[in-house]
Design a protein around this ligand. Sequence first.
Ligand code: 5RP
Length: 279
Amino acid sequence: MDWGWQNRMARMFPAPTGRTVMLAVDHGYFMGPTHGLEVPRQTLAPLLGLCDAVALTRGVLRTSVPPSTTTPVVLRVSGGASVVGADLSHEALTTSVEDALRLNVSAVAMSVFVGSAHEHESLVNLGALVNQGEAVGLPVMGITAVGKELDKRDARYLSLASRIAAEQGAHVVKTYYCEDGFSRVVEGCPVPIVVAGGPRLETDRAVLELVHASISAGARGVDMGRNIWQSDHPVSMLKAIRSIVHEDCTVKEALQALEEARLAPTAREPRADASPVRA
Ligand code: 5RP
C-alpha cells in the first residue's frame, strides 16, 4: 500500500504499541438518540482527546467534532436500516469515498451481516468499498454485525464472519469478543482485529476483563462505545481501558485506578445529558 494508506493506519494504531483504543459513537445511525449519546457533542467533548481514533458518521462528525481535532476519524459509510424497521441487515453504502476524503478521515467502516437475509449485498458492498478505498489510500474496516441476534456471537460464527470480511479485503475487522475460543477468531483472521463492547455490561470489572482477555488473545485494540459513555465515569473508564491496551496493566491494576478516580471527590464526572430514550 502507498504512503497515505500506511500513514492513516499508523495514526489509528499508534506506536509504540501499535494497538488502538477507538471510541465508537456511531450508534445513532440506526438507534437514534441512544442513552448516553443523546447530544453527541457533549458525550464527545471530554473523551475525544483521550482515544486513539473515533468512529462515527458524517452527520456527527460535521455537527459535533471540532475541525481542529487531531484524533483520527473512522467514518461509518453504511446504513439504511433502523432499530424499529423490519431488518437491520438491510444496509447499503450511504456515504461516498469522495466525501470521506473531503472529511479527511483516516478510515471508512461498514457492517457486514454474514448469515443474514442481506449477506450477499453487504459482502459485495464491502468488496466494492475496498476497491474504492485502496484506489485513494483509505483503509477499510469491516464490522461483523449481528443485528438483534446477540446470541450469534460465538467463536464459530465470529471466525467465519471475520475471515470472510478479511478475504473481501477489509484492512481491519471489528468483531465481538467471545469467552470460548476468541484466540481462534484472531488466528483465523489475517488482518488486525478490534473488539466492540456490545450493550453495557453489569460491572466495571466485566468491561475491563473483556478488554484484557481480548488483548491477551491477540486483538489489536478495541472499538467500544456504550461501556464507556454509558458508564457513570466515562473518562476514568476510557483511561482504565487505555491502561490495559497500551500499558499491559492487569484487570486488578486498571480496576484500582478506576476506583480511585471514581472515589476522588474532585474527579466526579458530569453525566452526559440524560433522556428517557434508552437502548
Ligand atoms: C454500531 C457499532 C458500534 O460502533 C459497535 O457496536 C461498538 O459499540 P459498542 O461498544 O457500544 O457495542 O458498530 O453499529
